[in-house]
Design a protein around this ligand. Structure first.
Ligand SMILES: [Zn+2]
Length: 268
């Protein structure tokens, strides 16, 4: 499976753990692998993939030899995490939606128990029962509020993503065998070897051109199940400056955190 953050690709095989310089490193044995590979997950987890039979001492040496790379990347991820805009579900908060900012506006009502959300210009109006509102604590929003907001974003995302897949499917002559929406922790999209595309509905926070890049990227995997030059050439027929768009996704990878009860990067 190829994800947009291939360093977090799911791994198959046995795994063991070793401790090196105060760090826990997961070692994953892969029968078909020929060389050692090091990956650093966004939450700081280190993994080494290794061919079967390579002794742990050799793996240890390999990890130590990569120390500078590890330090540099850990620092980079930390900077990104520190820059996460801490969103609070309070009146007047600015939330990203389709690449722009909308202003959250609460409107207590007597009728509905569940929050009802709708756009009114640049306002994202949240009608919420007075009793929910009265128990409101900005530092720990009522679970119904967050769930309502998430459901609203998800609904908008589904409609838009289906439309974009349809558009680019037609333009590229590539049809996925299935389409699912998820809230993957570290991926924006993926394509399985059976041609099923999975998109992260939290993409709805991004500008349309970024969403389109992810859609095109995953559709292109239906023709090239790799990240070869031919693959990128195909992506390039539909989107300009795909490198800039990849960078946008990297920089903004935590911006949708406000849609989850817990940050999806601070865990573990
Ligand atoms: Zn890919």
């Amino acid at each position: 499976m190829f994800g947009l953050f291939p360093q977090t690709a799911k791994t198959k095989g046995e795994s063991e753990q070793i401790q090196i310089a105060g760090r826990l490193v997961k070692v994953i044995r892969r029968p078909y692998k020929r060389s050692l590979g090091l990956t650093l997950k966004l939450n700081g987890e280190l993994r080494v993939s290794a061919p079967k039979g390579v002794p742990l001492s050799k793996i240890r040496d390999f990890i130590l030899s990569q120390d500078e790379w590890i330090q540099t990347h850990l620092a980079k991820y930390q900077t990104l995490r520190d820059a996460i805009p801490k969103k609070r579900l309070v009146d007047g908060e600015q939330l990203p939606f389709l690449g722009r900012m909308v202003t959250l506006k609460f409107r207590p009502t007597t009728s509905s128990k569940r929050p009802i959300l709708k756009f009114e210009g640049d306002l994202l109006v949240c009608e919420v029962a007075r009793e929910v509102w009265s128990h409101f604590n900005p530092d720990e929003p009522h679970p119904e509020l967050r769930a309502g907001l998430s459901a609203f974003y998800q609904k908008q995302a589904r409609a838009l993503l289906i439309d974009r897949i349809r558009h680019y499917s037609h333009a590229m002559g590539l049809l996925p065998s299935g389409l699912t929406f998820r809230a993957q922790k570290t991926r924006w999209g993926s394509c399985s070897s059976k041609g099923k595309i999975s998109l992260n509905w939290k993409l709805i926070i991004a500008p349309l051109e970024i969403i389109d890049y992810v859609v095109v990227h995953e559709l292109a995997h239906l023709k090239f199940y790799n990240h070869s030059q031919s693959f990128w050439n195909l992506v390039g027929t539909q989107v300009t400056d795909y490198q800039g768009k990849r960078e946008w996704l990297r920089v903004h990878q935590y911006d949708a955190d406000f849609l989850s009860a817990q940050s999806e990067v601070h865990e573990a």
